[in-house]
Ligand binder design. Structure first.
Ligand code: 5GP
Ligand code: ZN
Length: 114
């Protein structure tokens, strides 16, 4: 989608530090990391938020978690633990309207979040 920052990253119009890519998903480092490991995993299909998911998106969302699992191994946080978060809407703190999953690790994470 035009004017979507994550679609621009997918198209290579905005540079990113890629961690993983395949036909369905892209993962790259968050520009403003909140933990020693902070990567985003996004479907390549533009979906504005979790609210807009349809049954046909089930495959890519499940794939996101399988990719996340592999990334945690690659980045060395599988054993120490991590958090996967998808902020949604205003109260959820979503700032980019393209579904994305934050993968955070590398330190002990506070719970509940602020
Ligand atoms: P949200 O606030 O919607 O849950 O998460 C959006 C995330 O995207 C934020 O953590 C923000 O730092 C990250 N972000 C926004 N613009 C860019 C960008 O151009 N490049 C990268 N790598 N991350 C971005
Ligand atoms: Zn998009």
């Amino acid at each position: 989608m035009e004017d979507c920052v994550f679609c621009k990253i997918i198209k290579g119009e905005i540079p990113s530090e890629k961690i993983y890519e395949d036909d369905l998903v892209l993962s790259f480092k968050d520009i403003n990391p909140g933990a020693p490991v902070h990567v985003l995993i996004i479907p390549k299909k533009h979906i504005s938020s979790i609210n807009d998911l349809t049954e046909e998106d089930s495959k890519v969302i499940a794939h996101v978690f399988m990719v996340a699992k592999e990334i945690t191994k690659k980045l060395g946080i599988a054993d120490t633990g991590y958090r996967i978060v998808s902020n949604t809407g205003e109260n959820g703190g979503q700032t980019v309207p393209h579904v994305h999953f934050h993968l955070l690790g590398g330190r002990s994470l506070n719970w509940p979040p602020g």
